[in-house]
Design a protein around this ligand. Sequence first.
Ligand SMILES: [Zn+2]
Length: 159
Amino acid sequence: MKAAALNEMTFTELLEVAAARNIEFTAAPSRAELHEALVDAAPTLAERDCACAECGETFAAKRDHANFCSTKCRKTWNNRRATRGAELYDLFMALRYDRKWSSTVGMWQLICRLASEWKRMDNEAGRTYVRPEKWLEANRAWLKSINLGVVKIGRGNKA
Ligand SMILES: [Zn+2]
């Protein structure tokens, strides 16, 4: 369990987690003492139940941001993502850099329909979408820092 997750819990919830983990105090603990004891117990608190993004099965995650129950599920999910990504790459590049042709074929609408179809297939198969937080964390500042000359990335960037 990460410190951030603990920060979001009420005092009562922290007490309940401590009790469930058999963490004992000699006197009634303050919130800070409770927090510290739970962070110290992190190795045993780290396991939590997660649903696999590929098969939907519940599993005990040993680290934060674990999305898959097994290597097989992770590979299956990532292979489908790579295939979809390649399709989307071609369509998006055409949308962005071949605007005239894209508008005649209704490219944006096609991209949205494709995403809807992927979502429908995922829902049917019990798969979930994984928000690209890791990617953002790793790339957002870098992309925003690139000087593209006339074109600026992001909305409201009117420098
Ligand atoms: Zn799985």
